[in-house]
Design a protein around this ligand. Structure first.
Ligand SMILES: Cc1cc2nc3c(=O)[nH]c(=O)nc-3n(C[C@H](O)[C@H](O)[C@H](O)COP(=O)(O)OP(=O)(O)OC[C@H]3O[C@@H](n4cnc5c(N)ncnc54)[C@H](O)[C@@H]3O)c2cc1C
Length: 375
């Protein structure tokens, strides 16, 4: 007789794995259904930065803080290396410095610091060119996404008895069951964590959810031997992407100035985020182009923009480009996390806006609490 699970999860990306952990920790027998041989979506293509600073105040801020806590625990237990901690945002313009200083002074910025140019140069000799100040948040952690996901899946299987059904496409969800390319799987409850696939399961509901997709270009590069970043590094362009900064002094002026000075960067959604891996290589992000079906083509012109900002901040061009890749992810102008309940025992969870890894574990706790309320 086929095994029956308490909970079936569709998708072995970070959102699916986070739900598997939360459910297993609450004593549920869990199965994860994944169409690929291993996770191959946004969760292995991302920068892998678990951010705490810059989320919208309130719920998202709390989610990020809680998720970061769980990430630290998961990394320790699953053998995932924390590549580095902290995030520096380099202000190249006075308007950016104004915004960063304002954020550091808010409640959400507690624990972060803003350094004026003299201190910034002394503390962060890596940053070259015009530096109007540096914002430093010590809380961010970075994982190597491509190796972290398989390690977390293996740990869930070994330590939490989570079952995985790889190379299995979920084609439909019913009450107490998931229909798959390999037959029916019985489960009392189901959580769909299918990333930016809005068309296979619950397509009608997702089509009205204000979600679309973006394509992002990424590079892995090498600078000099022994080169070391202080943590993850971003610049002015990133400030426009951080919801927690939106209303701050300086941001509107920064936007206007970037429209004058870097219009092609804004047109391609280019921002700089550099992080470092154990072998010293640097992962450089990225661009953002919205399209319901993102094309698969890497544009050299867009890579040049990304590398232009890299050089402006770090003062040099990479010696070597090791690899280039494209990732796609869900975006929403309405909400950073879409959670739907098509029926009492089914949930659909979509993390949008390039922050899925940063909120995954706390969002999962919320979903599992809603499926299994404590009496
Ligand atoms: C280039 C890039 C950089 C990013 N950087 C960061 C960052 O630094 N920090 C951060 O927090 N976020 C970042 N993000 C966003 C983050 O990667 C995503 O929010 C997150 O990975 C989404 O996780 P997910 O599990 O929902 O989706 P995915 O990782 O895409 O996983 C969904 C899984 O579901 C499977 N699936 C879908 N449909 C089915 C089906 N019908 N049957 C079976 N399996 C199915 C897919 O095969 C896939 O493995 C970045 C994203 C990209 C692309």
């Amino acid at each position: 007789m086929a095994e029956t699970f308490d909970l079936a999860i569709v998708g072995a990306g970070v959102i699916g794995l986070a739900h598997a952990l939360a459910a297993a920790r609450s004593g549920r027998r869990v199965v994860v259904i994944e169409r690929d041989v291993r996770a191959n979506g946004a969760s292995v293509r991302m920068s892998g930065l678990v951010t705490v600073a810059g989320h919208a105040a309130g719920q998202m801020q709390r989610r990020a803080t809680r998720s970061r806590e769980i990430w630290a625990d998961v990394c320790a237990q699953a053998g995932v290396r924390i590549e580095h901690e902290g995030l520096a945002i380099v202000a190249r313009r006075p308007e950016a410095a104004t915004a960063l200083a304002a954020f550091a002074a808010t409640e959400a910025g507690a624990g972060s610091s803003f350094y004026l140019p003299d201190d910034a140069h002394a503390l962060f000799p890596q940053f070259k060119g015009d530096v109007a100040g540096v914002f430093w948040s010590p809380d961010e952690i970075r994982v190597e996404a491509r190796s972290a996901m398989p390690k977390i899946a293996a740990w869930l299987e070994d330590a939490h008895d989570v079952a995985f059904r790889w190379e299995t496409v979920a084609t439909g969800v019913g009450e107490g069951e998931v229909f798959t390319s390999r037959g029916r799987i019985a489960a009392e409850a189901v959580v769909v964590c299918a990333g930016d696939d809005f068309r296979t399961l619950f397509a009608e509901r997702l089509s009205g959810a204000g979600l679309t997709r973006v394509k992002s270009q990424m590079l892995r590069v090498r600078l000099d031997d022994g080169y070391e970043l202080p943590g993850a590094v971003a610049s002015d362009l990133a400030i426009l992407r951080l919801p927690g900064f939106e209303a701050l002094d300086g941001v509107a002026a920064l936007h206007a100035r970037l429209e004058q000075e870097q219009p092609d960067y804004l047109a391609h959604g280019v921002m700089l985020l550099v992080s470092q891996s154990a072998d010293g290589s640097l992962v450089v992000s990225g661009s953002r182009q919205t399209d319901a079906t993102p094309d698969p083509f890497q544009s050299q012109a867009v890579d040049e923009l990304i590398l232009g900002e890299f050089e402006a901040v770090l003062g040099k061009r990479p010696k070597q480009i090791i690899s280039r890749w494209i990732g796609t992810y869900a975006v929403s102008g309405e909400r950073p996390v879409f959670v739907d309940a098509p029926s009492e025992r089914v949930r659909v969870v979509v993390a949008a806006n390039a922050a899925g890894a940063s909120s995954a574990f706390s969002v999962a706790e919320e979903t599992i609490a809603s499926l299994y309320p404590k009496s």
